[in-house]
Design a protein around this ligand. Sequence first.
Ligand code: LLP
Length: 406
Amino acid sequence: MSGDSSPSAKLLLECVEHVSTPVYVYQADVIEQQLQRLKDAFAGADLRVMYACKALSTGAILRLMNELGTGLDTVSIQEVELGLRAGFDPSRILYTPSMVSFDELSAVAKIGAQINIDTISVLEQFGSVFGGTIPVCIRINPHIMAGGNERISTGHIDSKFGISIHQMRHVERIVTSHGMLINGLHMHTGSDILDADVFLQGAELLFDVAESFPDLTFVDFGSGFKVPYKPDDISTDIEELGAKLCQRLKLFNEKRASPVALWIEPGKFLVSQAGTFLTRVNVVKQTTSTVFAGVDSGFNHLIRPMLYNSYHHITNISNPTGTPRVYSVVGYICETDTFAWDRKIAEIHQGDVLAFSNAGAYGFTMASNYNGRLRPAEVLIRHGRIVPIRRRETIDDLVRTELDGE
Ligand code: LLP
């Protein structure tokens, strides 16, 4: 799928008519197509797609995923709860937390979600409390540097995630002493990984470790599949990766008494290109050095450009055939919040609607109320219908949790 899979300007403007701006618009058919691509690419394995709901966890999206038959990858008990509310059976929920309290871990274990442990001391504690009664997956840190930048790279030696691949003997001792049941091995090395070989390199290490765990029913290779953010961007060749990984898994399974399933945890791959963020231009400001287009949003709604220097393609859907001019697109936050420098965009006038492509993943879920601003509305387009799935916040939502303090 190319970088720009945005719906037509007409449909997007209809969404704006319905719910105004700022608004996130998601296309169900793009999510379905991406899921199908994964299923086709990994057809050679017993595949389970665990949607990483940190990318986008709005109820309607989770219900759609449940309907499409995915599982859910979660990181907090709250995400587990969101999954349950959306109708997911606990057995289809994977819980991969980082640095959570043992109370939270135990509560999720009792709910019946698949537990994934990434710390030796926690594994030991879990073993002494639950023994072999609750199966556990182990998250391994393979010490591979991967991912778009250091903030989203998780498998390297300085990362807080996972149990070092060099500590497997210790893991085995704990598992044996407590009679634990290890049913899965997991690794996730980062986000925006371009090189299929990184996954294959990780896979080799994981298969190696797997020899010591006879009760495995699955291996989980996490995610990090890169999607094309720029119009001519390259992305992970999912078809090539799928074919190679399935082939390797087949060889591995031939040597085992019972074959293991292949789990993956895509977030971005499923929802990024399905999402478009729509904002309205409040002000066009010519300064001595640039022309700023200031929109009714900021890093309170879409923080990726400021946090990771991420590129989101921007189009002026109110004037798509206008002469392209060079703009810097900024937000209304009282700090520097530049979405894009020196971008060629069809001539912009006050009131025009700008569409940010590829905004489905880590857009709304990373939004905040900074500057007292309200979080945007969300809309799902399904079977050609525009369905509002979240109303815009109000000032009452902003103060809902406050107490008088008297
Ligand atoms: N599994 C685990 C254990 C993860 O930590 C993540 C993402 C995923 C799966 C999903 O990865 P994805 O398919 O979305 O690349 N906020 C950043 C990305 C941070 C990803 C955190 N973990 C961004 O906007 O690029």
